[in-house]
Design a protein around this ligand. Structure first.
Ligand code: ADP
Ligand code: MG
Length: 752
């Protein structure tokens, strides 16, 4: 589609930002709005607020300081004035003339050198010079005396807010009264029922809010226009997921029979009474397994809630029905642990079950043997890592797949195993290690039914969590020694394997987080340039000294073993050991031959040593909430009282403070997950993009939870109970739009 103001060169530039069509451009919504309807007077500004003002440029100066040049500007309104300051502001030199009108947006601070008529200042404000009427009337029209949209730049200053305003305004204008230009994609009766505006007016209002719209409603995305666009986006996501679900329900799967004989086999191996939640979850799983359609179920439960045993019971149902069951774990340690646990459990049975382990690090001969046993059907229970999908593994009669996800498998991999040749629509149970906030579960796992283990096995005592500053580490070691004297074991976890030379922190975001920890220079360098102003409080440029003073697993292992813990049996575990070495260390710890395990986050997921009662996390400020929660979940697995000691380094960012405080405050994984999501946003929640989380254009999972629930409900109703008021043409349009939206937005998660 031809858009005025977008030639081939610009089209290429914005295509790189994912804007390929006029529709994409229309859905590139402002990230904030400036209320320039009622210009604020300089004397009503209050220190601490974010404010937007329009004033006249009075004068500028560039101060050279030792560190970086500071650009100062005095702006005025009548006899009122204000000073604005930009650090590293050399690039602003020469860009202003006295008498120009400028719109400023930034944080107001009390001036340290107030004078009459000048009591406030702005530090690093974002700005736009407003052209004179004679210069550019159109721009003035879009930027003065109205609520002005501010966009994230699509390329430098050239394609910043001003450019987008014009192009989008012209685009909307060109549609004029022709209603077909932005065709409606939702049924009219649905819009009426939900009180949402039509698509064309919603887009117009989202870009150029009409008079009387409040700033707060816009910023909180509560205007009808924004709600409509968010609902639309979420509705089509949920509709696609709903179709996927229904498609699986229609496919032919295996109807397992949970006969008395099967139940007896399960009872024989169960080492304890399942909790109520475990019984309920297993009930739901078995009910699915009985259906002649493939199961697609998510098993959620906090660390230690006992998911493994539920999975094993489900696998027994499959095996007793003459099928093979496979379980995929995210790491070799975990796969091995599941393997050992399964063998131990199944050895309680009178019958013999053949359990096979397949991981990437097995030698070729053992791999070949495992593969042939899997192919022949001799292997009844197969446990492995990615190797199960990545290498050529063919099953004889695969009936059930358990994916122990622990945040590490992407949606993509999940679907790949489901589609394995020879694995004709087996049942699939996905387990997640950490509770997932409901909004994320609804989107990322919206195609799955869900069971929740919301009860811990009996006899657990709450874990005592404390923060300890690093200087007090001697007290911590003393405490560890006392616990070991009582025949307990301890973990001590570090964020990195080796010291300052280490270029591979085991913790993915240790580096990113360090940016927040290293003291921020007052001046965010280049980033504040006009147009590139998405962040109100920009992060500092990536600092050079991120690994300063970081204690590491290897170094502390040497230090502790020769010092504070010299009379204890200390072991070392990290990701650079080869699989055999890891295995040996883990087993010795499990058998109690190691008292204290110094480690990195490789022990994070699923490791189960009930005798361990102390979890020391050093540099706890560098870990994410989900990770801290996982680590803490390694203790408190037996009846003895357990402790989690969060040691911190010298500098703790405010965000890290909040995380640590949350850890001390609560042990509820769902609560921590919600907080984690709120603090980091959905993209970061899973650590990587490969988690397959759809990227949203308008919606925000933290903010729009109510609309997500609504969209899910409406999507389900649309599929199952067609409303009479919805015309055939409208239905067709919905399906057409769905196909289009899913192809464009969610790519690989193809619809239908
Ligand atoms: P998750 O994988 O959910 O973190 P696990 O399956 O590893 O939890 O179980 C945690 C611990 O609790 C294990 O030591 C397990 O043997 C034990 N456990 C599980 N279910 C029960 C139960 N119903 N009663 C007693 N102990 C249980
Ligand atoms: Mg587990």
């Amino acid at each position: 589609m031809y858009v005025r103001g977008v030639g081939p060169r610009v089209a290429g530039l914005i295509a790189a930002k994912g804007i390929q069509t006029a529709e994409d451009l229309l859905y590139h919504l402002p990230f904030r709005y400036e209320d320039r309807q009622h210009p604020r007077s300089l004397d009503e500004l209050k220190a601490g607020e974010m404010a937007s003002v329009i004033a006249e440029v009075r004068g500028t100066s560039l101060l050279s300081t030792k560190r970086s040049p500071i650009f100062e500007m005095t702006v005025g309104q009548g006899n009122l004035a204000m000073k604005c300051v930009w650090f590293n502001g050399g690039y602003l030199q020469g860009r202003f003339r006295a008498g120009q009108t400028i719109a400023l947006f930034g944080k107001v601070e009390a001036s340290r050198t107030p004078s009459v008529g000048r009591t406030m200042k702005m530090i690093q404000p974002q700005f736009e010079l407003i052209p004179e009427v004679s210069e550019d009337e159109e721009t003035r029209l879009l930027e003065v005396g109205r609520i002005t949209p501010v966009y994230e730049s699509l390329g430098g200053t050239q394609l910043a807010s001003r450019w987008q305003r014009k192009v989008i305004f012209r685009l909307l204008e060109s549609f004029g009264g022709s209603p077909g230009a932005v065709p409606e994609c939702l049924p009219q009766s649905m819009l009426d029922r939900l009180g949402l505006p039509d698509r064309a007016s919603a887009l117009r209002e989202a870009h150029f809010p009409s008079e009387g719209t409040t700033q707060i409603a816009l910023m909180e995305a509560r205007t009808p226009a924004l709600r409509r666009l968010i609902f639309e986006e979420l509705f089509f996501l949920e509709l696609g997921l709903e179709l996927k679900r229904r498609k699986a329900q229609k496919q032919l799967g295996i109807a397992f029979d949970p006969s008395d004989q099967v139940r007896a086999a399960i009872r024989e191996v169960l080492p304890f009474h399942p909790t109520g939640a475990q019984k309920r979850a297993l009930g739901e799983i078995v009910a699915d397994m009985r259906q002649p359609h493939p199961m697609r179920r998510l098993l959620q439960g906090d660390v230690g809630s006992g998911k493994t045993i539920v999975a094993l019971q489900a696998m027994l149902v499959a095996i007793e029905n003459g099928y093979q069951a496979a379980m995929m774990a995210p790491t070799e340690i975990l796969a091995t642990q599941h393997y050992l646990a399964a063998r131990k459990l199944l050895s309680r049975a009178t019958k013999h079950y053949k359990v096979v382990l397949l991981t990437g690090s097995l030698d070729q001969d053992r791999k070949r043997l495992a593969r042939s046993q899997i192919f022949s059907g001799e292997a009844q229970l197969v446990i492995g890592t990615h190797a199960l999908i990545e290498e050529k593994v063919e099953f004889d009669k695969l009936g059930l797949v358990i994916v122990d996800e622990q945040h590490r498998f992407g949606v993509l991999q999940r679907f790949r195993l489901m589609k394995k040749p020879g694995a004709a629509e087996p049942d699939v149970l996905v387990m997640t290690a950490t509770p997932i906030p409901r909004t994320l579960a609804l989107t990322l796992y919206g195609d799955l039914d869900s069971s929740v283990l919301d009860e811990l096995p009996p006899g657990r005592t709450p874990i005592v969590t404390r923060r300890v500053p690093g200087e007090r580490q001697d007290d911590v070691w003393e405490f560890v020694r006392k616990q070991v004297a009582q025949k307990r074991q301890a973990y001590i976890v570090y964020p990195i394997i080796e010291g300052a030379k280490d270029d591979q922190p085991e913790l993915d975001f240790a580096r990113a987080d360090a940016e927040a920890v290293v003291e921020a220079p007052a001046a965010p360098a280049k980033k504040t340039r006009k147009g590139k102003t998405a962040k109100l409080f920009p992060a500092p440029e990536s600092p050079k000294s991120t690994k300063l003073d970081l204690r590491s697993a290897t170094e502390m292992y040497d230090q502790l073993r020769n010092g504070a813990l010299s009379d204890l049996r200390v072991g070392l575990l990290h990701g650079r050991l080869d699989a055999d070495e890891k295995d040996v260390v883990m087993r010795r710890f499990q058998r109690g031959e190691i008292d204290v395990l110094v480690s990195t986050t490789v022990i994070e997921v699923g490791v189960d040593v009930p005798n361990a009662t102390v979890m020391v996390v050093d540099h706890a400020e560098r870990f994410g909430l989900a990770q801290l929660h996982q680590l803490r979940g390694r203790v408190g697995r037996g009846a003895a009282k357990s402790y989690c000691l969060l040691m911190t380094g010298e500098r703790v960012s405010p965000e890290a403070e909040e995380r640590l405080a949350a850890m001390v405050r609560t042990q509820n994984g769902f609560e921590l997950a919600e907080l984690d999501l709120a603090m980091r946003g959905p993209g970061e929640f899973f650590g990587t993009r490969q988690a397959g989380l759809p990227g949203f254009r308008v919606a925000n999972l933290v903010r729009d939870r109510d609309l997500l629930e609504l969209a899910k409900k409406e999507a389900a109703a649309f599929v199952t109970t067609p409303e009479e008021s919805v015309t055939e043409a409208e239905r067709k349009r919905v399906w057409g739009h769905l196909r289009h939206a899913w192809q464009r937005r969610y790519g690989l998660m193809e619809a239908g």
